[in-house]
Write a protein that binds this ligand. Structure first.
Ligand SMILES: Cc1cc2nc3c(=O)[nH]c(=O)nc-3n(C[C@H](O)[C@H](O)[C@H](O)COP(=O)(O)O)c2cc1C
Length: 70
């Protein structure tokens, strides 16, 4: 597991792609942005939509997007 100063999805992906670690962990970045993993996953694969969130959250977020377009 690799940890320390990872702040962006690109940094995390590079660690994994280069075989430096099998798993990355975040400390401080998750303190300021607890939804970091979901935001990064959606940015990497826009088709994943809100499926990565708990169903109860995803339902409300989809409903808002249908109503407001965002
Ligand atoms: C609030 C907090 C608590 C931590 N507690 C531990 C711990 O109990 N044991 C440990 O080995 N590291 C602990 N760490 C260090 C983290 O595991 C990590 O090595 C360090 O924060 C660097 O990663 P980061 O740049 O993603 O924050 C802690 C870090 C933070 C911010």
């Amino acid at each position: 597991m690799g940890v320390g100063l990872i702040r962006t999805g690109e940094q995390a992906a590079l660690v994994l792609e280069n075989g430096k670690a099998d798993l990355v962990a975040l400390g401080r970045e998750l303190l300021i942005e607890p939804n970091w993993p979901i935001r990064v996953a959606i940015a990497a694969d826009p088709h994943s939509d809100w499926d990565l969130m708990p169903q109860q959250y995803a339902w409300w977020l989809r409903r808002r997007r249908l109503q407001q377009g965002s």
